[in-house]
Structure formats: structure tokens, C-alpha cells
Design a protein around this ligand. Structure first.
Ligand SMILES: Cc1cc2nc3c(=O)[nH]c(=O)nc-3n(C[C@H](O)[C@H](O)[C@H](O)COP(=O)(O)OP(=O)(O)OC[C@H]3O[C@@H](n4cnc5c(N)ncnc54)[C@H](O)[C@@H]3O)c2cc1C
Length: 403
């Protein structure tokens, strides 16, 4: 008999969350990874209410994390394409859904250590070395680490990122594509206030998005053509700050104190199967999307929670029925969402008048019609087919009947 029920590969946010969820359910979990993720990552991630409920289930929320993150009070979409048909600005307000925030903005450099510490507290066994080889058979999965340790379990969750070794071991193929864009990520102080509002300026080379952080500080995801992005990376802090000020039309005041910056080439990926041969794909091993509408990690946490739901109480957590159900449920959430994000991104890049007009007309409809806006907000927060157990909102208290 193996020492473990489940192997998780990859200590990014998706793998760490999955390992914690399964350990909480009483599973013996081996986390195969060199280090607990990349803590120098300058990105922040906007996690929506369902993901916050998952963190609450793990005992990580509110606590210290809440004190160091920023609530997202509103989301604004601004047509900044300079197109002939300028769309009206849309403001999404969670009050229309009865919430006071869509979610919270987390520095990844804060989230990853918090998840990693929780995994250790829950008894997750960390190997301290990456997976070097993996095999799956009808009975189970075996992984050998770069340090030569061999681990076996009935099932493996592959959270080892977009070039997943475990995905290859399962024989799962992918569809991949790239966009003619890179995202420059940094953060900065500003003299104006953000009022908890995240603004996505839709420009000709893609979205330029500011996301509020605690105090008078915001993070930035600036999607640009690769050559222009490389030019921006070579600027001094003062020069880049001036460019950001132009990009925000001065709406946040004067920009200073820039944080570390990094470029992310924009790619898309979707696995042709989400689970096969006792291996379940989680996070970017299964799907990669451009950072539009804060969907990537929110989807990945739904992967982790869905896998934990399906395995709960099962004697064989890698049986074919669980894998088939996971594949169907996650495909239904991920694929349409990925198509919407792809369409939004390409409509900015195309430069075709017909597409620009269509996008402007869509934004005008959203700005005008409350029910449509509410439907889009609801879909942005959660899939229409429902959420895994730990991400659901608590049922409202029954009314107290007075005698
Ligand atoms: C600019 C930008 C902004 C974003 N903003 C948001 C946002 O606001 N909201 C949101 O929801 N999402 C956002 N995302 C998406 C989000 O950051 C990703 O979905 C998320 O970080 C992916 O997590 P992951 O754990 O799946 O993958 P990764 O973070 O890539 O983790 C994979 C891990 O596997 C490890 N690994 C690789 N090979 C092996 C191996 N052989 N053995 C063991 N381990 C291995 C790697 O070292 C790594 O630690 C953004 C993405 C970008 C690019």
C-alpha cells in the first residue's frame, strides 16, 4: 500500500490550494515541488467572492491576509481605443448584486507563502524537489522526483503549470496559441485615490488595467505589442511612471515609487481532456487565458474545489467515474469563458471597423441595461452550472416567525 492517497505536483497557488483542500478532507497528500512557488512574482490577483469563501474554508480568511489586501468596490471598463465609435464607460457595481465588494486584490507574493504555511500545518508532505518522471496505470500514478524519491498514489492532481509533465504522462494533448502581446506588470503609488475601483482601459494593443491595493497604491497589467512592451521595460522608473500617468489620463494623479516589473508573453492553452488515466489537471496545466476580467486563478481554484468535492468520501479517489465527471464539469465552466476572453482580446487587436463597432455596441447595451449588466457580473463571479461546495454562499437565514 502507498503512503499517500493523492499526489499534487506544482506549488503554485492552484496546487497549494488543492493540497490544502484534500488534506482538510483527511487525505494523505504528497506535494511534489521544488519550492513553494515563485515568491518574487510581482503580480497581484483579484480573487472573487467564491474564491474568498474557499480561503475562509482553509482558515486563511479574514485574518492577516485581509489586512494586507484591498477590496474591489467597483470595476470600470473605459473605451480608450480612439475608435470612430467610442463606447460609453461601463461601471460594474457589486451593490447591484447585493454585495459590497466583488472580491479582494492579493499580491501573489503574499498568497503563496500563506497557502504554503497552511499546507504544512495540515500535514501535506512536501518533497522539496520537482517531478522528474511520472507514469500512470489503471491502478495508480507514480512520480519520481529530481532528488530520486519515488511516490505512488491512487490519483495525481497536475498543477505543474502550462508545460505540465504530468499532463504528458497522462497522454493529454493541448491546443495552444499565442497573442501578439506581452503584459507588463508592476505597481505604483499615486497622489489621487482609487476608491477601491479597478479600471480596465481598452486600448488598441489590449487592456491597460489598474487594480487597487491598500492605501494610495495600485497594481498594473499593461498589455502591449511585444516590441513596445520591451521598450517600456527598458525605461527608468521615472520615465515609466510618466507613461503610466498618460495611460491613466492622470485619473490617479502623479505616479511614483514603482515596484518590481516583469513581462508576461500572452498565450492561450486548453487541454483536450481535463482528466485522464488517473491524472486530473488543475490550473494552468488545464487552461491559460490572458488577464482580462480576473478569470485565471479564480477558474483554477474552482478546479481544485471541484476535484476535492468529487473525491470526498470515495475509497478510490482516482476512479474513472470521478475523472469523467470532473472533465465534463470543468469543461462546461472553462471553455465558454475562455472563448469570451479570447473574443474580447481579439476585438481590441483586430483594428477592423466592423468588430470595433460591434464591441462598442455591446458596451453601450451593457451600460444601459441593468439586467444585462447583472447577468454579466453574475457570470463573471461564478459558472451558471453552480459552484463547488466550499465556494457557495451560505443559505440565507430563514425568517423568524413571530407568534
Ligand atoms: C499578468 C497576469 C495577471 C493576472 N491576474 C489575475 C487576476 O487578477 N485574477 C486571477 O484569477 N488570475 C489572474 N492571473 C492568472 C493567474 O496568475 C494564474 O492563473 C495563476 O498564477 C496560475 O497558477 P497555477 O498554480 O495554475 O500555475 P503556476 O503559478 O504556473 O504554478 C505552477 C507551478 O508548478 C511548478 N512546476 C513546474 N514543473 C514542475 C514539475 N515538473 N514538478 C513540480 N512542480 C513543477 C512551477 O515551478 C510552479 O510553481 C493573471 C495572470 C497574469 C499573467
Amino acid at each position: 500500500m502507498s503512503d499517500f492517497d493523492v499526489i499534487v505536483t506544482g506549488a503554485g497557488p492552484a496546487g497549494l490550494a488543492a493540497a490544502c483542500l484534500l488534506a482538510l478532507d483527511g487525505r494523505r497528500v504528497a506535494l511534489v515541488a521544488r519550492t513553494p512557488g515563485d515568491q518574487s512574482d510581482p503580480r497581484t490577483v483579484a480573487l472573487m467572492q467564491p474564491s474568498i469563501r474557499l480561503l475562509m474554508h482553509l482558515g486563511l480568511w479574514p485574518g492577516q491576509l485581509k489586512a494586507e489586501t484591498q477590496p474591489l468596490r467597483k470595476l470600470r471598463l473605459v473605451d480608450d481605443t480612439g475608435s470612430l465609435f467610442k463606447a460609453p464607460t461601463i461601471t460594474f457595481d457589486p451593490a447591484e448584486l447585493g454585495e459590497d465588494a466583488f472580491g479582494w486584490n492579493f499580491p501573489l507574493g503574499l498568497l503563496i507563502p500563506a497557502l504554503s504555511q497552511r499546507a504544512a500545518e495540515l500535514g501535506v508532505q512536501m518533497t522539496g524537489a520537482d517531478a522528474a518522471t511520472a507514469q500512470s496505470s489503471s491502478d495508480g500514478v507514480s512520480v519520481t522526483t529530481a532528488a530520486g524519491q519515488r511516490i505512488e498514489a491512487q490519483v495525481a492532481l497536475a498543477a505543474d503549470g502550462r508545460n505540465s509533465l504530468l499532463r504528458d504522462a497522462a497522454g493529454i494533448r493541448t491546443n495552444r496559441w499565442s497573442y501578439d502581446q506581452s503584459a507588463l506588470v508592476t505597481s505604483f503609488d499615486h497622489t489621487g485615490t482609487h476608491d477601491g475601483i479597478s479600471t480596465e482601459y481598452h486600448k488598441g494593443a489590449g487592456p491597460f488595467t489598474t487594480v487597487p491595493m491598500p492605501g494610495d497604491r495600485s497594481s498594473l497589467v499593461w498589455m502591449e505589442r511585444p516590441a513596445r512592451a520591451a521598450e517600456l521595460m527598458a525605461l527608468s522608473d521615472q520615465e515609466l511612471g510618466a507613461e503610466i500617468q498618460i495611460g491613466t489620463h492622470g485619473e490617479l494623479g502623479r505616479i511614483s515609487n514603482l515596484g518590481p516589473r516583469r513581462l508576461f508573453p500572452m498565450q492561450g492553452l486548453v487541454a483536450r481532456d481535463f482528466a485522464k488515466n488517473r491524472i486530473i489537471l488543475i490550473g494552468e496545466a488545464a487552461h491559460v487565458v490572458p488577464p482580462i476580467g480576473a478569470q485565471g486563478l479564480n477558474m483554477s481554484l474552482r478546479d481544485a474545489a471541484q476535484a476535492a468535492d468529487l473525491m470526498e468520501g470515495e475509497a478510490d479517489p482516482g476512479n474513472a467515474d470521478i475523472l469523467n465527471r470532473y472533465d465534463a464539469l470543468r469543461r462546461r465552466d472553462v471553455q465558454p469563458r475562455q472563448q469570451v476572453i479570447d473574443m474580447m482580446n481579439r476585438s481590441l487587436l483586430s483594428g477592423f471597423l466592423a468588430l470595433e463597432t460591434g464591441r462598442a455596441a455591446g458596451m453601450a447595451l451593457l451600460a444601459q441595461f441593468g439586467p444585462l449588466r447583472r447577468a454579466v457580473m453574475t457570470y463573471g463571479l461564478a459558472p451558471s452550472g453552480g459552484l463547488p461546495r466550499v465556494m457557495r454562499a451560505p443559505a440565507p437565514e430563514p425568517p423568524v416567525l413571530l407568534a
